[in-house]
Design a protein around this ligand. Sequence first.
Ligand SMILES: Nc1ncnc2c1ncn2[C@@H]1O[C@H](COP(=O)(O)OP(=O)(O)OP(=O)(O)O)[C@@H](O)[C@H]1O
Length: 312
Amino acid sequence: MKIIELTEVSKAYGESTVVNGIDLEVNAGEIFGFIGPNGAGKSTSISMMSAQLDPTRGTIKIDGELITNKNDTIKNKIGIVPQDIALYDTLSAYDNLDFFASLYGMKKKEKKEKINWILDMVGLQDRSKELIHTFSGGMKRRINIAAALLHDPKIIFMDEPTVGIDPQSRNSIYELIKVLKDMGKTVVYTTHYMEEVQSMCDRVAIIDKGVIIKRGTVSELVAEIYDGLLEIKLKEPCPEAILNELKEIDGVMNMQNNQATELSIVIKDPQQIISKIMSLLNENDQVIENIQLLPSNLETLFLYLTGKKLRD
Ligand SMILES: Nc1ncnc2c1ncn2[C@@H]1O[C@H](COP(=O)(O)OP(=O)(O)OP(=O)(O)O)[C@@H](O)[C@H]1O
């Protein structure tokens, strides 16, 4: 069942269109990874999906209902973990959560139950009475996540929740996401860490320059790189005729060339194919300055599609 549906959604600031006509469906109960280079439009898209920002064009439905209605039913279904920490430094962890619980209109008894439940979930029950300014960055982030979960939302949006934090907090967040999945929650997750996407996400969309350029399960996406990506840097631009011959080699599955000096070649069966490619280039007096074979994984696909590393 689709729980989030975006149809031709765009966002423009003046002349600049930062999200451009995206269609996206997220199924109930899945962990959905949303990845892209810096400035690609991830946070803008998440802000629109979570009813914090109005799209310039297009429609967004949450649980079958148009988000433009912005009623409390929709808001109660959504939990938002922003990129920046939004906590009161001079209050304790418990009091911060108490404040957020009050915003959801919870009564005293319910607040206490929910706060204790969520502090257990994020592994910080023993620090509940301590002031937030004494917490590490990772612990603050866990409390920030706790605040977004207090009202037991169906859908949780997490914008880079693990950026710049210690391994213990990172692991705690991974464990929490697994628990949320077991509880049947839907999580939309942005990150620059490819290994998180590979290990946690059911499906992934890659956004670049405001457009979704790829989507699918992790294994579907990784399969697009076959057995690896061969990157070759030539001294001089490669003539068109040789590029065409390269593309014809059996086992060359896909190829891009940047000004004909940088070749990115998706290959099958590297042991056979690399020697064929090298022979062709040598026979045609092409001087290779550098050559490397990248493994078949999401990071490599990302590099192939966007020309950028996930963590650039
Ligand atoms: N309020 C705004 N006014 C003008 N431009 C904006 C505004 N908010 C975002 N942008 C621009 O929109 C583009 C997309 O930004 P966004 O924050 O969605 O990217 P992102 O993919 O989340 O990037 P990052 O990985 O760096 O967080 C960027 O070029 C950004 O400068």
